[in-house]
Design a protein around this ligand. Structure first.
Ligand SMILES: [Zn+2]
Length: 464
């Protein structure tokens, strides 16, 4: 089950034992190629089998038994992230983030919920407070989320996502990034997104600048209940209309569109463009919805607080192996067992995550304060934005596409300026965006402009 990643010309150049230099661009590209190559399906298999060995990881299960229950899984994950941090020269720190969840619909008595959080601090002063979060949930369930005793192996849901995150942390800890990356295994997902909600609420209270959040949840099954085997595609769910949209923003959207241009949708486009360049064996299937019908995930608490976020999930699910008591019925095996997980595929999903995170954390921030002058009737399009603060910034690109296109199709480098007019191109006929680019060619995700109503100069008789 070993995937050989062919990256001709890259792998022999850069030593694996020390962090690869970040510049110039070809070296940075080699660094991403090396990160992709270093992700190992054998580690992912070992992690999934270990997590399954705790019998159940239900959030309500035993917290102090060293062998069985969520507490044993929590402590094992904490130790594994600490091991990963060894390679970081002190840049990665690991903590258990705990709180007491009061009685709730799926929590019959007050329960401690613990996230295991590994933070790889960014090294660039201007970027270190910019944060990218990647998570999987390590809790599991059988038929019902309140059964703390049943076996709940949770190999795919969601040891697969947890293993992808741990392996990504292990490989990326060696490298020095400009921005900060948080690798996280959360609990309480099956109890209604408890751990991720706690983290997102803390982030909001502390005013953290989270520019993107990825959740990996059910990323290991490649033979669907529909009989389709697909080992080369991963779904990326992104919402179009932001969960925290204001009434004023809704009015604008109804007037001039933008329902396909949330920050989360731009993030999905960035992931597709970046990861398909570095992980050519994986196709990113963008799905234009927040999540599947009747389902939710750990990206939602982030979206509700205004943070761009997406969900990674396999393409064809097998519901006999999710949220099921382990049993055989009429010769059919039910239950979320490791024998149904495609470890090489999970490794490829981890590679998609890692390539995207590395590209984000080495690139400048997406431009802020991007506006499109909306009031003047004109066949030109005037865009303005705030200056980025990164020292190696080279400038900006205007991107555009037909209003019916799924991805950005055109771009124009406009230099290190904070406004630009696209002559003869009407804002009524295209969607426009702006992205930042540094001297090494690293590009940020695209920012979609808000309409700017220019304050009118005081009317004078001559101007009337
Ligand atoms: Zn799940």
């Amino acid at each position: 089950m070993i995937v050989v990643v062919v990256l001709a010309g890259f792998s022999v150049v850069v030593s694996q034992t020390k962090p690869a230099p970040r510049r110039p661009a070809p070296v940075r590209n080699r660094a991403i190629a090396n990160i992709v190559r270093d992700i190992d399906a054998r580690n992912i298999e070992a992690t999934i089998r270990k997590l399954v060995s705790f019998g159940t990881r239900n959030t309500l299960s035993e917290q102090n038994d060293p062998k069985r229950g969520i507490g044993a899984a929590r402590d094992w994950l904490y130790a594994e992230f600490l091991k990963a941090a060894d390679a970081s020269n002190g840049r990665m720190t690991v903590e258990k983030q705990s709180y007491e969840q009061a009685k709730a619909a799926r929590v019959p008595q007050p329960t401690i919920v613990t996230n295991v959080v590994a933070t790889l601090k960014g090294s660039q002063p201007e970027a270190t407070d910019r944060i990218y979060v990647v998570s999987g949930h390590y809790d599991s369930m059988c038929n019902t989320p309140v059964d703390a005793k049943c076996d709940a192996p949770g190999a795919n849901d969601d040891a697969s996502g947890t293993a992808a995150v741990l392996e990504t942390a292990r490989v990326m800890a060696k490298y020095e990034f400009d921005a900060t990356i948080v690798f996280m295994a959360v609990a309480g997902e099956e109890q209604s997104l408890l751990g991720s909600t706690h983290f997102a609420e803390q982030a909001k209270e502390k005013n953290w600048n989270i520019e993107a959040m990825f959740t990996n949840d059910i990323v290991g099954n490649t033979l669907g209940g529909n009989g389709v085997r697909d080992r080369g595609t991963v779904r990326v769910f992104s919402e179009g209309v932001p969960s925290n949209e204001t009434p004023a923003e809704a009015t604008t959207r109804r007037s001039v569109g933008g329902e396909n241009d949330s920050a989360s949708r731009q993030l999905a486009r960035f992931i597709k463009e970046t990861s398909e360049a570095f992980v050519p064996q994986m196709k990113v299937m963008m799905v234009y919805r927040r999540d599947r019908y009747g389902r939710g995930g750990d990206h939602i608490p982030f979206l509700e607080r205004g943070y761009p976020a997406v969900r990674f999930t396999e393409v064809n699910e097998e519901f006999r192996h999710q949220h099921q008591n382990v049993r055989v019925e009429n010769g059919v095996q039910f239950g979320d067992l490791p024998e149904f997980v495609d470890f090489a595929y999970v490794a490829n999903v981890a590679r998609v995550n890692a390539a995207s995170l590395a590209a984000l954390a080495w690139a400048p921030s997406r431009p802020k304060g991007v506006t499109i002058l909306s009031q003047r009737l004109s066949n030109d399009t005037e865009l303005k934005w705030d200056a980025n603060k990164e020292p190696e910034l080279a400038g900006y690109e205007i991107v555009w596409r037909d209003t019916t296109a799924a991805v950005w199709t055109n771009s124009k480098a406009v230099g290190n300026v904070t406004s630009f007019t696209m002559k003869g191109m009407s804002k009524d006929n295209y969607f426009f965006g702006v992205r930042a680019i540094d001297k090494d060619g690293n590009r940020s995700p695209v920012s979609y402009p808000k309409p700017l109503v220019r304050s009118q100069p005081a009317a004078t008789p001559s101007s009337m």
